[in-house]
Design a binder for this molecule. Structure first.
Ligand code: GLC
Length: 414
């Protein structure tokens, strides 16, 4: 039985949700900075932000069906607009005239009810707070003025206290935007102590010096994230469905560059096969819905997970002694000694697995539990199918099964 603290190693896939007043602008979550907007210009989005179709139970159901076991919601992004009923600023969803809801509360309750772990994203930078320094990324960077940043530090700590006090058990606190030039602002050690006191079991991300895992962004490390000695470290990759922004986008690349369902499934496998989690992002619309394109992709992920989830949940990188065949990835369940062969391209009837000769008791196609015939080393066979020493040959059906990525389950002899 695994303890609570390593839930993170089993979940493997979660939903990242970038949502806020910027969804209305539909130009990503950075538009205030990109377009050097004043507070007044940006305020229109808060004023007209009206999530009249908001139903987080629908989001949670879609996430659960896709095999997601946790989620991370942007309680506050860099624009400073808060999705919860905070007493430390009026710049929040409860006070936004057409919203007037504690969105965070509803989201947390809906996802928790589906059994998903709760993650809260909190932006360290804040482009609305009058104490936050005007750094090189700030919308007002062309008119820098000195700021009393200690006021912001206090505000940040108060808000974190609020988030970790009023929403029950929080499993993950995901900070973002800890740039080195602003590091003095967070008072990280004090912040870490505060967090630990309020939620002792929580995992922290991206608070320099106190992060429980690494979080590469839109990049999958070739061999996982490792320390200098080569030991695998905890990591989680975050990825978008389209373009290069996280908040809802209707323009440019966000509109055009959608990944396909097989690409997303492969992406998930690439993360698991290197010992990492995948946090897959959605940017709901300003009316409070997941967009249709993301939903249809998630449904395809769900369909694949329906048959193949045991090649993902609880799995990790395979032992080094089993090198991956060409165009394949392995995932490995250490508790059951089961190896999963993910085929990114369907071979012509046979595939050779190095170092697995004599080690597999049974092989089956995971989507329908049908046996795959195995042949061990056969010296002297001249018909082109000689199995090299130490290899295991799998004889595959001619036709590729109708699934985003076919998986073969290999039960190792114990
Ligand atoms: C990048 C983006 C930020 C987003 C984050 C998610 O840092 O700039 O907007 O929230 O990725 O990891």
């Amino acid at each position: 039985m695994k303890t609570d603290s390593n839930w993170f190693d089993d979940v493997r896939v979660g939903m990242f949700i970038h949502w806020g007043a910027y969804a209305l602008a539909a130009r990503g979550e950075w538009l205030k900075s990109n377009e050097k907007m004043t507070d007044e210009a940006y305020d229109r989005y808060v004023k007209f932000f009206n999530p009249d179709l908001f139903n987080p139970k629908e989001w949670a159901a879609v996430a659960k069906a896709a095999g997601m076991k946790y989620f991370v919601i942007t309680a506050k992004h860099h624009d400073g607009f808060c999705l919860w009923d905070t007493q430390y600023t009026d710049y929040n969803s409860m006070k936004a005239p057409r919203c007037r809801r504690d969105l965070l509360k509803d989201i947390v309750e809906a996802f928790r009810a589906e059994g998903l772990r709760v993650g809260i994203y909190y932006s360290l930078p804040d482009w609305h707070h009058p104490g936050y320094v005007i750094d090189a990324r700030h919308p007002q960077r062309d008119n820098p003025v000195p700021r009393e940043w200690q006021r912001y530090t206090e505000f940040l700590h108060q808000q974190v206290r609020e988030l970790l006090t009023h929403y029950g058990k929080v499993d993950l606190l995901w900070f973002d935007g800890a740039y080195p030039d602003t590091a003095h602002i967070w008072d990280s050690e004090k912040l870490n102590n505060l967090i630990r006191t309020l939620q002792p079991g929580i995992m922290i991300n991206r608070l320099p010096g106190f992060s429980a895992f690494h979080s590469p962004e839109q990049a999958i490390p070739t061999n996982g994230v490792r320390d200098v000695k080569g030991n695998l470290l905890r990591w989680e990759g975050c990825q978008v469905f389209s373009g290069n922004t996280w908040g809802y986008g209707r323009y440019g690349l966000d509109q055009q560059a959608w990944k396909s369902a097989p690409e997303i499934v492969q992406m998930l496998i690439r993360h698991t096969s290197r010992g990492g989690n995948l946090l897959l992002n959605v940017g709901p619309t300003s009316r409070g819905c997941l967009d249709n394109h993301s939903v249809s992709l998630l449904r395809e992920v769900a369909e694949w997970m329906r048959w193949n989830s045991r090649a993902i949940h609880g799995c990790t990188i395979a032992p080094e002694e089993f090198p991956e065949p060409e165009a394949c990835r392995y995932t490995w369940n250490p508790e059951t000694s089961t190896l999963y062969l993910h085929l990114f391209s369907w071979p012509d009837r046979r595939i050779f697995l190095p170092n697995l000769g004599g080690k597999v008791e049974l092989a089956q196609l995971l989507c329908d539990g049908s046996e795959i015939l195995m042949t061990e080393h056969t010296p002297g066979n001249t018909h082109g199918a000689e199995v090299p020493p130490g290899n295991l040959m799998l004889s595959l059906p001619v036709q590729c099964p109708d699934t985003a990525v076919p998986v073969i389950e290999l039960f190792l002899k114990q």
